[in-house]
Structure formats: structure tokens, C-alpha cells
Design a protein around this ligand. Sequence first.
Ligand code: FES
Length: 316
Amino acid sequence: MSWVELKVRGLREEADGILGIELAPLAGTLPFTWQAGAHVDVQVEGGQVRQYSLINRPEEGCVRLAVKHAADSRGGSRWLHRQVRLGDRLKVGTPRNVFPLKAGTGEVVLVAAGIGITPLLAMYRECQRQSRPVRLWYFVREAAQWAFVEQWRNDAAVSLISGLPSSAVIDRLRGELPAWQTDAQLYTCGPEGFMAAVLGLAGERGWPAEALHQEHFQAPKAASDPLPAGQQLVLARSGKTVELRAGESLVAAAERVGVSIATSCGMGMCGACMTPVLGGDIEHRDQYLSEAEQGSGQWIMPCVSACRRGTLTLDL
Ligand code: FES
């Protein structure tokens, strides 16, 4: 992971509990670019790393993020909301995109809840730039939580919906979500239950799995079984073998024998630790790999995933 220091050039309350942060290069131009749907790692208090979607286009010459002050914050959003000031410097990683807008000309359907609007905002703007048909549904609990909303008040392609109880959200969408048409793609971002309901409804409307895309903001609840112990982890290129301890991640086990695996989120979401597998019975616990990638047995996210039994051999 390479990091670049950027300066806080703007801070703005985008909505109740949502802080807009604009980051500019210290000098010259940004050393990276990105596509709609990308996110960056940001170093927060104590060197912890958090991921935030990029809501703007690189041509603007700055990075714009929107950070929700999470009630259950593990420190990242609370620190950004309370401590960061204009002129401060933040370390930002090179953008990664695990939620890309697929190329095509078919309609793009975007369904956001709460802070899940951030990657979809970038996608909406990109579709407009490409003159690609796009529809956006944006749900919030209360109108005060709507971010970036002024631009959409008179936009017939955007449905702004607030104040519905969770049980009524999908009913509302049921009356409006179009049936799938060739080359159409649907992207959703929001709480896990919301996304599951959106994708379920889309499935009823004939949307095929390959046209449905979701982005997770939080790691799913930990697997109920603790990481198993006693299996052998073989690091083929390094010529090292280590026995896994109970509850120990593969990353930590490799570290014990001097093999370092680069990580970022540590939650199976960002892709930083993606490692090729040479053999073994993998228990995938990540949100990053697609079903097909998991099924192939060729890749593992060793920050969270495990070896079910026997020996797991990694190309490290
Ligand atoms: S460190 Fe992010 S997926 Fe493993």
C-alpha cells in the first residue's frame, strides 16, 4: 500500500451527522486517478485505516469524501468528525475499485440508503456524463439526513424518499423498480438488510445475478465458529510452515514465521490482502471475493478467511 499526504482544504456539514471532507495535494496534482465506485483508505487516529468512497471525479483535482458519524464508531468517523481541522494533513491510500460501474449502454438503476449514497453519487454523475440512462432511489430515515440533495430536487430521474419505516421501504420500491432489460445493471449500497431486500426484489423482477451489485460498508457479523486451530499453513515461496493457533488469523500466523501480508481493513472487505492459493480447503469469510472467485479456490483473503482442515498452501 502506498500512501500520499493530502491537505484538508474543505470541511462541510453535508447533512445531519455527515461530514464532507475535501482533500487537496500539498503541491501539484493528485498522483492518482479513479473511476466511479472507487474508495480510498484513510489513516485515522493511531494509524488505523478506514475506507471511504470517492464521491467526485478526479478531474476536479481533489478528493471528496463524506463521512457519517457512526454511533458505534470504532474511532475512525468519530475522530474525523471531532478532530480534523482545515489545513490538517491526512494520509490517503491509492484508490481501489471493488464496486465498478460496468461498461455498457443499458439503464443503470441505483438504490441507496443513508450513507450508502456515496459510491452511487459518483456513479450517478458518471452515467450523466456518459449520457447513459440512470435512475436513483435514495432512502433516508429523516429528511435531515439527506446529503447532496439540492442538486436532485427537480431531477425526475431521482426519487428522494424519507421517513418510511423499514418495513415500508421495499413496498415502496416494489411499486417502482423496473423489470430487468438487456444490459441493465443495478447497484445498491446501504445496510445489509436493506441491500438483501433490494436484491431479493430485483430477483423477483427478473434481474439476473450478474446484473446485481452491492457494496458493503461494514463487515458482516463474525462467523459464529472461531477460527479453527491445528491446521498447517504452508507459505510455499518462503519455504515456511506454521501451525495455526485457535482464533489466529492466517495473516498473524504468517507474521509469526516472518512472512508479512499487506492488510488494510482487516475485515475481508477491501481486497488489500488478496493472496493466491496453491492448495487446501478454504473457509471463505470475506465480502470481497465474488462467489465465482471463492468457488475457484484460487484466492483467499487471509485477514479473515481460514483453513477448514489439513494443510493450506499459499503462494507466498
Ligand atoms: S485486509 Fe482488507 S480484505 Fe483483508
